[in-house]
Design a protein around this ligand. Structure first.
Ligand code: FAD
Length: 219
Protein backbone atom coordinates (compact mmCIF):
# COMPACT_ATOMS: atom_id res chain seq x y z
CA UNK A 1 0.00 0.00 0.00
CA UNK A 2 1.44 3.38 -0.86
CA UNK A 3 2.15 5.94 1.88
CA UNK A 4 -0.76 8.23 2.73
CA UNK A 5 -0.67 12.00 2.38
CA UNK A 6 -3.23 14.61 1.37
CA UNK A 7 -3.36 15.06 -2.37
CA UNK A 8 -5.35 17.76 -4.09
CA UNK A 9 -5.02 16.92 -7.79
CA UNK A 10 -8.12 14.74 -7.93
CA UNK A 11 -10.49 16.08 -10.56
CA UNK A 12 -14.22 15.40 -10.28
CA UNK A 13 -15.59 13.44 -13.26
CA UNK A 14 -19.27 13.49 -12.39
CA UNK A 15 -21.93 13.17 -9.72
CA UNK A 16 -24.62 10.49 -9.98
CA UNK A 17 -27.71 11.32 -7.90
CA UNK A 18 -29.19 8.10 -6.44
CA UNK A 19 -31.97 9.54 -4.28
CA UNK A 20 -33.12 12.92 -2.95
CA UNK A 21 -30.15 13.03 -0.60
CA UNK A 22 -27.58 10.43 -1.75
CA UNK A 23 -25.13 10.66 -4.61
CA UNK A 24 -22.01 8.98 -5.97
CA UNK A 25 -19.03 11.27 -6.49
CA UNK A 26 -16.60 9.99 -9.11
CA UNK A 27 -13.11 11.46 -9.38
CA UNK A 28 -9.59 10.66 -10.61
CA UNK A 29 -7.90 7.53 -9.35
CA UNK A 30 -4.38 8.93 -9.85
CA UNK A 31 -2.92 5.46 -9.24
CA UNK A 32 -4.13 5.39 -5.63
CA UNK A 33 -3.89 1.81 -4.32
CA UNK A 34 -6.47 0.54 -1.83
CA UNK A 35 -8.09 -2.67 -0.65
CA UNK A 36 -11.89 -3.12 -0.87
CA UNK A 37 -13.42 -1.98 2.45
CA UNK A 38 -10.94 0.83 3.09
CA UNK A 39 -11.94 4.46 3.30
CA UNK A 40 -10.57 7.81 2.16
CA UNK A 41 -10.65 11.22 3.75
CA UNK A 42 -12.18 13.59 1.19
CA UNK A 43 -13.05 17.28 1.07
CA UNK A 44 -13.34 20.13 -1.42
CA UNK A 45 -9.85 21.26 -2.49
CA UNK A 46 -8.66 24.29 -0.52
CA UNK A 47 -10.98 23.60 2.43
CA UNK A 48 -9.39 22.24 5.63
CA UNK A 49 -12.53 20.21 6.37
CA UNK A 50 -12.39 16.61 5.21
CA UNK A 51 -14.53 13.59 6.14
CA UNK A 52 -14.13 9.83 5.89
CA UNK A 53 -15.88 7.95 3.05
CA UNK A 54 -15.66 4.25 2.21
CA UNK A 55 -14.53 3.57 -1.32
CA UNK A 56 -17.58 2.54 -3.38
CA UNK A 57 -15.67 1.68 -6.56
CA UNK A 58 -13.49 -1.37 -7.04
CA UNK A 59 -9.66 -1.54 -7.33
CA UNK A 60 -10.33 -2.75 -10.89
CA UNK A 61 -11.84 0.63 -11.89
CA UNK A 62 -9.65 3.42 -13.25
CA UNK A 63 -11.57 6.02 -11.20
CA UNK A 64 -12.53 6.41 -7.54
CA UNK A 65 -16.12 6.64 -6.31
CA UNK A 66 -17.65 7.38 -2.92
CA UNK A 67 -21.33 7.08 -1.97
CA UNK A 68 -22.36 10.09 0.10
CA UNK A 69 -25.55 10.97 1.92
CA UNK A 70 -26.12 14.70 2.16
CA UNK A 71 -26.67 15.15 5.89
CA UNK A 72 -29.06 17.92 6.94
CA UNK A 73 -26.96 20.75 8.34
CA UNK A 74 -23.80 18.84 7.40
CA UNK A 75 -20.72 20.71 6.19
CA UNK A 76 -18.69 18.46 3.87
CA UNK A 77 -21.47 16.23 2.47
CA UNK A 78 -23.26 19.37 1.25
CA UNK A 79 -20.15 20.98 -0.27
CA UNK A 80 -19.12 17.82 -2.13
CA UNK A 81 -22.59 17.72 -3.69
CA UNK A 82 -22.11 21.27 -4.99
CA UNK A 83 -18.95 20.34 -6.95
CA UNK A 84 -19.04 20.23 -10.74
CA UNK A 85 -17.05 18.17 -13.26
CA UNK A 86 -13.53 19.65 -13.46
CA UNK A 87 -13.48 20.85 -9.83
CA UNK A 88 -10.79 19.40 -7.55
CA UNK A 89 -11.14 17.36 -4.37
CA UNK A 90 -8.54 16.78 -1.66
CA UNK A 91 -8.01 13.12 -0.86
CA UNK A 92 -6.10 11.42 1.95
CA UNK A 93 -5.68 7.70 2.52
CA UNK A 94 -6.48 4.92 2.13
CA UNK A 95 -7.20 4.01 5.75
CA UNK A 96 -8.81 1.20 7.71
CA UNK A 97 -8.83 -2.54 8.24
CA UNK A 98 -12.44 -3.38 7.29
CA UNK A 99 -11.14 -5.73 4.64
CA UNK A 100 -11.49 -9.38 3.65
CA UNK A 101 -8.30 -11.46 3.97
CA UNK A 102 -7.52 -13.58 0.94
CA UNK A 103 -7.49 -16.81 3.02
CA UNK A 104 -11.11 -16.21 4.14
CA UNK A 105 -12.71 -15.81 0.76
CA UNK A 106 -14.07 -19.35 0.76
CA UNK A 107 -16.07 -18.64 3.97
CA UNK A 108 -19.66 -17.44 4.08
CA UNK A 109 -20.16 -13.73 4.70
CA UNK A 110 -23.06 -11.78 6.11
CA UNK A 111 -22.86 -8.07 5.29
CA UNK A 112 -25.07 -5.90 7.49
CA UNK A 113 -25.51 -2.22 6.68
CA UNK A 114 -27.60 0.80 7.45
CA UNK A 115 -28.01 3.46 4.73
CA UNK A 116 -24.76 4.37 2.96
CA UNK A 117 -23.02 1.70 5.07
CA UNK A 118 -23.72 -0.48 2.02
CA UNK A 119 -20.76 1.18 0.26
CA UNK A 120 -17.93 -1.20 1.26
CA UNK A 121 -20.14 -4.21 0.45
CA UNK A 122 -20.72 -2.83 -3.03
CA UNK A 123 -16.94 -2.78 -3.36
CA UNK A 124 -16.50 -6.32 -1.90
CA UNK A 125 -19.06 -7.90 -4.21
CA UNK A 126 -17.71 -6.20 -7.33
CA UNK A 127 -14.12 -7.05 -6.38
CA UNK A 128 -14.72 -10.66 -5.22
CA UNK A 129 -17.60 -11.92 -7.40
CA UNK A 130 -16.99 -15.51 -6.31
CA UNK A 131 -17.72 -15.01 -2.59
CA UNK A 132 -20.71 -16.54 -0.81
CA UNK A 133 -22.59 -13.70 0.88
CA UNK A 134 -25.86 -12.34 2.13
CA UNK A 135 -26.60 -8.61 2.49
CA UNK A 136 -28.99 -7.25 5.11
CA UNK A 137 -29.65 -3.58 4.36
CA UNK A 138 -31.49 -1.44 6.90
CA UNK A 139 -33.08 1.51 5.09
CA UNK A 140 -35.88 4.03 5.52
CA UNK A 141 -37.52 3.47 2.14
CA UNK A 142 -36.86 1.84 -1.24
CA UNK A 143 -35.01 4.92 -2.54
CA UNK A 144 -32.15 4.02 -0.17
CA UNK A 145 -31.39 0.67 -1.84
CA UNK A 146 -28.64 2.52 -3.77
CA UNK A 147 -27.81 0.49 -6.90
CA UNK A 148 -28.83 -2.77 -5.21
CA UNK A 149 -28.74 -4.43 -8.69
CA UNK A 150 -25.02 -4.92 -7.96
CA UNK A 151 -26.05 -7.67 -5.56
CA UNK A 152 -27.57 -11.03 -6.47
CA UNK A 153 -31.32 -10.49 -5.73
CA UNK A 154 -31.37 -13.86 -3.91
CA UNK A 155 -28.69 -12.57 -1.54
CA UNK A 156 -29.94 -9.03 -0.87
CA UNK A 157 -32.58 -8.33 1.80
CA UNK A 158 -33.87 -4.79 2.32
CA UNK A 159 -35.15 -4.30 5.87
CA UNK A 160 -37.61 -1.41 6.25
CA UNK A 161 -39.36 -0.81 9.53
CA UNK A 162 -41.62 2.08 8.47
CA UNK A 163 -43.38 0.39 5.55
CA UNK A 164 -44.14 -3.05 4.11
CA UNK A 165 -42.60 -2.54 0.67
CA UNK A 166 -39.13 -3.93 1.46
CA UNK A 167 -38.10 -7.60 1.45
CA UNK A 168 -38.52 -7.67 5.23
CA UNK A 169 -40.65 -5.44 7.47
CA UNK A 170 -38.52 -4.47 10.47
CA UNK A 171 -34.97 -3.47 11.36
CA UNK A 172 -31.92 -5.55 10.47
CA UNK A 173 -31.56 -6.49 14.14
CA UNK A 174 -35.16 -7.81 14.16
CA UNK A 175 -34.31 -9.85 11.06
CA UNK A 176 -31.28 -11.33 12.84
CA UNK A 177 -33.35 -12.25 15.91
CA UNK A 178 -36.05 -13.94 13.81
CA UNK A 179 -33.80 -16.01 11.55
CA UNK A 180 -31.26 -18.75 12.24
CA UNK A 181 -27.77 -17.34 12.80
CA UNK A 182 -24.93 -19.12 11.00
CA UNK A 183 -22.22 -19.25 13.67
CA UNK A 184 -19.58 -20.20 11.07
CA UNK A 185 -20.08 -17.06 8.91
CA UNK A 186 -17.99 -13.88 8.98
CA UNK A 187 -20.16 -10.88 9.91
CA UNK A 188 -19.30 -7.41 8.59
CA UNK A 189 -21.34 -4.54 10.02
CA UNK A 190 -21.26 -0.99 8.70
CA UNK A 191 -23.25 2.17 9.39
CA UNK A 192 -24.68 3.78 12.48
CA UNK A 193 -23.39 2.74 15.88
CA UNK A 194 -26.80 1.91 17.41
CA UNK A 195 -27.38 -0.83 14.83
CA UNK A 196 -23.82 -2.11 15.19
CA UNK A 197 -23.91 -2.40 19.00
CA UNK A 198 -27.30 -4.09 18.94
CA UNK A 199 -26.34 -6.51 16.15
CA UNK A 200 -23.11 -7.41 17.99
CA UNK A 201 -25.19 -8.36 21.05
CA UNK A 202 -27.63 -10.46 19.00
CA UNK A 203 -24.83 -12.27 17.16
CA UNK A 204 -22.69 -12.89 20.23
CA UNK A 205 -25.73 -14.17 22.17
CA UNK A 206 -26.40 -16.54 19.26
CA UNK A 207 -22.86 -17.94 19.59
CA UNK A 208 -20.86 -16.12 16.90
CA UNK A 209 -17.25 -15.83 18.16
CA UNK A 210 -15.99 -12.24 18.43
CA UNK A 211 -13.16 -12.95 15.95
CA UNK A 212 -15.80 -13.45 13.23
CA UNK A 213 -17.31 -9.98 13.82
CA UNK A 214 -16.01 -6.85 12.08
CA UNK A 215 -17.40 -3.33 12.23
CA UNK A 216 -17.00 0.07 10.59
CA UNK A 217 -18.86 2.78 12.49
CA UNK A 218 -19.90 5.84 10.45
CA UNK A 219 -21.55 7.98 13.13
C1 FAD B 1 -14.75 5.32 8.62
C2 FAD B 1 -15.93 6.14 8.14
C3 FAD B 1 -16.43 5.93 6.87
C4 FAD B 1 -17.53 6.67 6.43
N1 FAD B 1 -18.03 6.42 5.18
C5 FAD B 1 -19.13 7.10 4.76
C6 FAD B 1 -19.69 6.82 3.47
O1 FAD B 1 -19.21 5.95 2.72
N2 FAD B 1 -20.77 7.54 3.09
C7 FAD B 1 -21.35 8.52 3.90
O2 FAD B 1 -22.34 9.14 3.48
N3 FAD B 1 -20.82 8.79 5.12
C8 FAD B 1 -19.72 8.13 5.55
N4 FAD B 1 -19.18 8.43 6.78
C9 FAD B 1 -19.72 9.61 7.51
C10 FAD B 1 -18.99 10.88 6.97
O3 FAD B 1 -17.61 10.81 7.33
C11 FAD B 1 -19.54 12.19 7.55
O4 FAD B 1 -19.70 12.09 8.94
C12 FAD B 1 -20.86 12.60 6.91
O5 FAD B 1 -20.75 12.76 5.51
C13 FAD B 1 -21.34 13.94 7.52
O6 FAD B 1 -20.35 14.91 7.28
P1 FAD B 1 -20.75 16.45 7.19
O7 FAD B 1 -19.50 17.27 7.20
O8 FAD B 1 -21.69 16.68 6.07
O9 FAD B 1 -21.55 16.69 8.53
P2 FAD B 1 -21.02 17.43 9.86
O10 FAD B 1 -20.99 18.89 9.65
O11 FAD B 1 -19.75 16.76 10.28
O12 FAD B 1 -22.21 17.07 10.85
C14 FAD B 1 -22.43 15.72 10.99
C15 FAD B 1 -23.64 15.39 11.80
O13 FAD B 1 -24.38 14.43 11.03
C16 FAD B 1 -24.31 13.14 11.64
N5 FAD B 1 -24.17 12.16 10.54
C17 FAD B 1 -23.04 11.73 9.92
N6 FAD B 1 -23.32 10.84 8.95
C18 FAD B 1 -24.68 10.73 8.95
C19 FAD B 1 -25.61 9.97 8.18
N7 FAD B 1 -25.20 9.12 7.19
N8 FAD B 1 -26.93 10.07 8.44
C20 FAD B 1 -27.38 10.90 9.43
N9 FAD B 1 -26.55 11.65 10.21
C21 FAD B 1 -25.23 11.56 9.97
C22 FAD B 1 -23.11 13.21 12.59
O14 FAD B 1 -23.25 12.30 13.66
C23 FAD B 1 -23.17 14.67 13.04
O15 FAD B 1 -24.14 14.84 14.06
C24 FAD B 1 -18.12 7.67 7.27
C25 FAD B 1 -17.58 7.89 8.55
C26 FAD B 1 -16.52 7.13 8.98
C27 FAD B 1 -15.98 7.38 10.38
Amino acid sequence: MEQTHTRTGFTVHRIRQLSDSAYVLRFDRNGLAFAPGQYLSVGPAGDINMREYSVYSSPGDDYLEILVKEVEGGYVSKRLRALAPGDAVAVDGPFGFFTVDEDWRDHRFVFIATGTGISPFHDFVRSYPEIDYQVLHGIRDLSERYEHETFDPQRYVSCISRSHDGDYHGRVTDYLREHPVDTEARYYLCGNCDMIYEAFDVLQDAGVPHNQLFAEVYF
